[in-house]
Write a protein that binds this ligand. Structure first.
Ligand code: F6R
Length: 241
């Protein structure tokens, strides 16, 4: 596990974006695994900036996102498809038909998850997976549990996740209670993983992820077993280590 200590969020975003940039330069037709949430926003801003300066070409890149709320339409401004379009895809030359997000509108969970696993398999593996870290240690929406779930599955969001994500909605009651998420196995199969973590409120969980026991109660602790993980965290997030 490599840990890059960034001064602050801006520095973290620049460092993380540089790792993604290197990946795209080294393998222009790479498969990127992407995350939503506050943590990668600055990283995406940097990528857009470099694209606009003519320094990056996404024309051959494919992407696959970690998760999506069940029940939200793609054009709902809280859906993760909408997030990806507005923060990244609308501003770069990626072919949108090669950008994948679970289908939140599919009410049949089994079908939605099976379809997504087939897409992941067809893509042939993620080259670089970008992750954020939930306050409870979740990655994607793999919430603390007794087991590490393998493939894409439908989850009941943990109360702490609903609480953390309510800031994006008008009220807590509007936060969807379920989501589709890639499983731990799919995440762990990525060739390279990069985790962006910012803020003092993540310091305690980040310490558990890096130094604690590997347990499905702290889903991200499984990353200790991956051969190529880079954590890019700011000083506040690393303050307990
Ligand atoms: C989102 C995702 C989540 C977030 C996590 C941290 O696609 O996979 O695991 O990365 O909830 O969210 P932020 O960055 O908003 O603190």
């Amino acid at each position: 596990m490599i840990i890059y200590r960034a001064k602050d969020y801006k520095d973290l975003s620049r460092k993380a974006a540089n790792i993604l940039r290197a990946q795209i330069i080294m393998k222009p037709d790479c498969i990127l695994g992407l995350a939503t949430g506050s943590s990668p926003v600055g990283t995406y801003e940097k990528l857009v900036e470099w694209y606009q300066e003519g320094d990056l070409d996404f024309s051959k890149v494919s992407s696959i996102n970690l998760d999506e709320y069940k029940g939200l339409k793609p054009d709902n401004d809280q859906s993760y498809r909408y997030f990806m379009d507005t923060h990244l895809f609308n501003h770069i030359n990626i072919d949108k038909t090669r950008t994948f997000v679970p289908n939140g509108l599919e009410t049949d969970s089994e079908k939605a998850c099976k379809n997504y696993d087939e897409i992941i398999e067809k893509l042939g593996g993620v080259d670089l997976q970008l992750l954020g870290l939930g306050h409870n240690g979740h990655i994607g929406f793999n919430e603390p549990s007794d087991v590490f779930p393998c493939g894409t599955h439908c989850v009941d969001l943990a109360p702490s996740t609903i609480e953390a994500n309510k800031r994006f909605f008008t009220s807590e009651s509007e936060v969807p209670r379920q989501a589709y998420t890639m499983g731990i196995r799919s995440i762990m199969l990525a060739k390279k993983i990069i985790v962006v973590v910012s803020g003092k409120d993540k310091a305690e969980i980040l310490k558990k992820v890096i130094c604690g026991p590997i347990t499905p109660n702290v889903p991200a602790s499984v990353l200790q077993l991956h051969a190529d993980v880079t954590i890019v965290a700011d000083e506040a997030a690393l303050s307990q280590i």
